[in-house]
Design a protein around this ligand. Structure first.
Ligand SMILES: Nc1nc2c(c(=O)[nH]1)N[C@H]1C(S)=C(S)[C@@H](COP(=O)(O)O)O[C@H]1N2
Ligand SMILES: [Mo]
Length: 368
């Protein structure tokens, strides 16, 4: 990537002569630069949207979102030589905000490099930080910088930006990026890189069937609480059950095999044991008109809201791999939500509450 940004003068001259979004003859560098910038802006929005969606989805069609995300990222790489011409011209003018522009290119380069590192498996984690964490951090940092950049270096779309020729070149760029994606995937397979054996979410298998080898992960800033199992009670609101002890909960348990798939880039399959939420919340109120969702709350304050119709596919687990949960994995009780990404699997649960609020009335991702 850095290589691209620093492409040689000769290549720059060549690139200038074949800017991707020009109208052939009468090649106007400014128009071409503007269209390159416009394309990059669209691609950045695309990358943020598909990346966010890939984090939200735990079902098989996540694969296609991830492919769309990767193809978009590689399109940015393909445009880099042209953008470097535009950028060089801009830098020479020494306008205010240079530093922010350079910072933007740095975080985009970091997001691209860490994305490729994770996808191929060349560098999945180092020093306790995963490539995905770097990827998401850099991507989030790029958003405000890009907004600022667009405001400071305004581009005005014109009607001719949607000409047939521009659309054809966009299609060529899409085809080129798809081919690049195929090449990266093919090389990953041929070179037998770790990236070849990922789940459809892009995650790497870690500690399946061995709960003690499964990473302990927090979404943001929760820390493992120290809970006394005799004092612990589960508050169930909406079924007339009131408060349950751990022993009472344990009696209702059944086994469920499920995959915990963290957006941090790993997954593990375990046999959990827990009580199905529709059993826990059976009673006069639940299922009655007006019940729309169920909120599952941790002692830490972390919580997620689920559609009432999902109760029969959610479990409140007290055991994994035939043993009680460890403190890190949610002792004494944690949610098991097959088909949902890890951030739905609330740990250290103390409350299950039926509610009339629709399930989507919450931030798409937890905020703590
Ligand atoms: N209370 C609470 N529950 C939580 C989280 C958290 O930060 N706080 N993180 C979630 C995330 S992002 C994941 S991937 C799983 C990780 O579960 P584990 O630590 O048992 O592997 O827990 C989920 N449950
Ligand atoms: Mo996670």
């Amino acid at each position: 990537m850095v290589e691209f940004l620093r492409c040689s003068r000769k290549r720059a001259r060549k690139a200038r002569a074949s800017m991707p979004f020009t109208h052939g003859k009468g090649n106007n560098g400014a128009v071409a630069g503007r269209r390159t910038n416009l394309a990059l802006l669209v691609l950045l929005a695309w990358a943020l949207a598909t990346g966010g969606l890939a984090f939200a989805i735990g079902q098989g069609w996540n694969r296609w979102i991830s492919v769309a995300h990767g193809v978009g990222g590689l399109a940015v790489v393909l445009l880099a030589p042209w953008k470097s011409v535009v950028a060089r011209r801009g830098l020479r003018r020494r306008r205010p905000g240079r530093a922010a522009s350079i910072a933007l290119s740095a975080v985009v380069a970091l997001a691209l490099a860490s994305g490729v590192a994770h996808a191929t498996g060349l560098l999945v984690s180092a020093g306790g930080i995963t490539a995905i964490q770097v990827h998401v951090g850099a991507a989030l940092a790029s958003a405000p910088l890009a907004l600022w950049h667009v405001a400071a270096r305004r581009i005005r779309p014109r009607r001719t930006d949607l000409s047939r020729r521009v659309l054809l070149r966009s299609a060529a760029l899409a085809a080129g990026s798809a081919a690049a994606y195929g090449a990266v995937a093919g090389l990953t397979a041929v070179a037998r890189l770790p990236g070849r054996s990922r789940r459809f979410t892009g995650s790497y298998q870690t500690g399946s069937g061995r709960p003690e080898a499964m990473p302990v992960t927090q979404w943001l800033n929760d820390s493992v609480p120290d809970l006394d199992q005799d004092a612990w009670r589960l508050s169930v609101v909406g079924s007339g059950r009131g408060r349950l002890t751990l022993a009472e909960l344990d009696q209702m348990r059944e086994p469920v095999r499920a995959i915990l798939d963290c957006t941090g880039g790993w997954f593990a399959e375990q046999v959990w044991e827990g009580v199905r939420l529709d059993r826990l919340l059976s009673g006069e109120h639940v299922g009655a008109p007006g019940w729309r969702s169920v909120v599952v709350t941790s002692v830490t304050g972390y919580s997620r809201r689920f559609p009432a119709s999902d109760l029969s596919s959610l479990w409140l687990a007290t055991r994994v791999g035939g043993r009680p949960l460890s403190p890190g994995h949610g002792f004494p009780a944690r949610l098991v939500a097959p088909g949902r990404r890890g951030f739905w699997w609330v740990k250290w649960v103390v409350g299950v509450e039926a509610s009339s609020t629709p399930w989507w009335w919450q931030p798409p991702f937890p905020v703590t």
